[in-house]
Design a protein around this ligand. Sequence first.
Ligand code: UDP
Length: 244
Amino acid sequence: MERRRANICGVYADTFTFEDAVRYAEGISGQVVTLNPEMINNAVKNSDFRQIVNEAELVIPDGIGVKIGLKILGESVDRIAGVEFARHLIEKFAYNGKSVAFLGAKSEILQKTIQNIELQIPDINIVFAHDGYYDDEEEIINGLKSAKPDLLLVALGSPKQEEFIYKMKTELPQTLMIGVGGSFDVWSGVIKRAPVIYRKLGLEWLYRTVKEPKRFKRIFPALPLFILRVFNEKLFGDKNVRTK
Ligand code: UDP
């Protein structure tokens, strides 16, 4: 399967459908980025972060903002919710007898996530799990290196999770690693995803912001700034598509 990537403010996002993205991810190792508007804003300001995203083996347009931004630039893509995408990958890997590792979130959230996933997928082979509040990164890296998981889910928030995974690419060359943000919070059952109607209307962000008002402070300035950037690119930038 060929990658076809669309440029959005200097960041390249893959344009796969959900099913193709899952199929593609099953056949590769390396870094999967679940791209949202805040990350694009960050990539515009920070060239190291931009390099991490642009060197990722797969970049899925998570967040309705990325879909809208690409639409403004003339690209129609599926929105691929990272939380659903990662959950599909766990299932696929588990059913194929491949091992899985979890890194991130608060300890009790991680425990509940693992409990729930083991209930739902009894055959899963979890070879490593650690919460995301540690002092000794070396210990985590060594633990992962000896566990050699086939799939690693990293929930440290952005950009921490992307930076961590980027560093791990040389340490775990056979592993598929995906930064999943707040997904453990969802899988643990502590945070509920928006009802289907909100998701269908592309309003999951609104539901989550109302439920978790502290997100508002973070998300609100990011979205208008992002949309401005996209219009600026539409009017003055070049919108090339990359095939690789
Ligand atoms: N997190 C962590 N270690 C840290 C910072 C954050 O494990 O040093 C976890 C946090 O507990 C949460 C996840 O990272 O489970 C992502 O949080 P956030 O709400 O920022 O995710 P997003 O909004 O990107 O989905």
